[in-house]
Ligand binder design. Structure first.
Ligand SMILES: [Zn+2]
Ligand SMILES: [Zn+2]
Length: 441
């Protein structure tokens, strides 16, 4: 029997709503103010929360913000006597799944519950079996490997022209790294594979630069109410994650708004740098790139994957700061060395390293401070970290297939000179890597 928590200071309307749920066989918990509601929610972890917007001791927005991180699977519906668009938007941004205007009629409420909890058996959403994948080992697939902007065409057909998107299947989870334009094809493939079955997946956003979020509006599973998408990322430099993702779907630039997508989409701003998605441990680290940008390290039962789509070598500080202020050269060097050592530790012993290698060393001399990697610095970082396999990633939009081949050749030469056994390849759209089976193609 699923549980609903009603948080509402008006006892009479709380009783009326409780009556509606009682008829439908729900277990009902009640709280008379926001604080009591938060406590009850954390204690009982209900499947559904109906929360009034304006209440003493924590309003509905605060309740959502307080609970969203701890109760990631609980659906929260905000109830309000007023129908201001801005309230609705704020509620969704605070972590609510829906916003309903009073009076509450069961007919309407039922429709909303079906939308946010699409599976007929409500309890199954929380306890149901995870999908089985074949092959059973950890698999990753590249759907977008390009940096900055999609560049389709005959000169990029070999490595692919779509921007960042990688699908990881590990320990029963589908984890998507990056929401670049490659996400469109991934969405079509997922719908094709799952058909009428619900898809549950987690999307990790490194940062909100356009090439890392532009696939989301075209992601087919978001348009089907059977599916649940969790988007995780950090707050942007200027605005919150939810606001930025919603802004790229504003009416002036896109016909469907984020909140009108029928799939259940939760956007969660991360605070922790070490957390889990199911059994997969996720560690994050801020990297050297304009704004707020992180790299992710995934530890699965069959090996680890690090994803640093945009990152500039810290060595750059030696040049730029030295040029600006010669007396601070030593300080700058010390900072760069510490930052690099931290990154080496973060990547230590990783099985698969996917990292920004946008420029050749020559190009980089003219692109210092642009926030992207150069070939030899990426190779030396990977070698120092003891990575097993390095994938050059975030290929420059101006680089044709032959140019990427040459980058791979140069990288392999550098590895050969080092005498270490690391494998190097360039990420290629459509290619897959299996960790458990130690097999790649
Ligand atoms: Zn990028
Ligand atoms: Zn970027």
């Amino acid at each position: 029997m699923p549980t609903v928590l009603l948080i509402e200071d008006d006892a009479e309307s709380r009783r009326a709503t409780a009556g509606l749920f009682a008829r439908e066989d729900w277990k009902i918990l009640e709280a008379g103010d926001g604080e009591a509601g938060i406590d009850l929610a954390l204690e009982h972890r209900p499947e559904l929360i109906l929360c009034d917007l304006l209440m003493p001791r924590a309003n509905g927005f605060q309740v959502c913000r307080n609970l969203r991180h701890s109760l990631q699977r609980t659906k929260i519906i905000i109830i309000s006597g007023r129908d201001y668009g801005v309230d609705r938007t704020s509620a969704i941004e605070a972590g609510a799944d829906e916003y309903l205007v009073k009076p509450i009629l069961w007919e309407h409420l039922h429709e909303v519950i079906e939308r946010v909890m699409p599976n007929g058996d409500k309890a199954a959403i929380l306890t149901g079996p995870l999908p089985e994948f074949t092959p059973p080992s950890t698999r990753l697939k590249f759907w977008g490997v390009r940096g900055s902007i999609p560049v389709p065409g005959s000169s990029t057909v070999g490595y692919g022209g779509n921007t960042s998107c990688i699908e990881v299947r590990a320990d029963g989870e589908i984890i998507i790294l990056g929401a670049g334009s490659g996400m469109r094809s991934l969405g079509i493939a997922l719908e094709d594979e799952f058909k009428a079955n619900p898809i549950k997946l987690t999307i990790l956003i490194s940062h909100t630069h356009w090439d890392h979020i532009q696939g989301l509006p075209f992601f087919l599973p978001a348009y089907n109410s059977k599916n649940s998408l969790r988007l995780l990322g950090y707050e942007g430099a200027r605005e919150g994650l939810a606001t930025i993702l919603a802004n790229q779907m504003e009416t002036s630039v896109f016909p469907v708004s984020l909140r009108d997508m029928p799939g259940t989409i939760s956007i969660e701003e991360l605070k922790e740098m070490d957390f889990s998605v199911g059994k997969v441990r996720i560690q994050t680290r801020f990297v050297n790139h304009p704004g707020i940008c992180v790299g992710y390290r995934l530890s699965t039962s069959q090996g680890s994957i690090a994803y640093l789509p945009d990152n500039e070598p810290f060595e750059v500080l030696k040049v730029t700061q030295a040029d600006r202020e010669k007396s601070d050269l030593n300080k700058a060097r010390a900072y760069a060395a510490t930052a690099r050592a931290g990154l080496v530790e973060f990547l230590s012993g990783v099985d698969i390293l996917i990292i920004d290698a946008q420029y050749t060393d020559d190009e980089y001399l003219h692109k210092i401070g642009w926030g992207h990697g150069s070939l030899s610095s990426v190779v030396s970082l990977a070698l120092d970290a003891g990575a097993r396999k390095l994938f050059l990633f975030h290929h420059d939009p101006n680089r044709d297939d032959k140019g990427v081949d040459e980058m791979v050749e140069s990288a392999r030469m550098l590895v050969l000179e080092s005498g270490k056994p690391m494998e190097v390849d360039a990420a290629r759209e459509g290619s897959e890597v299996w960790l458990g089976a130690q097999r790649s193609r």
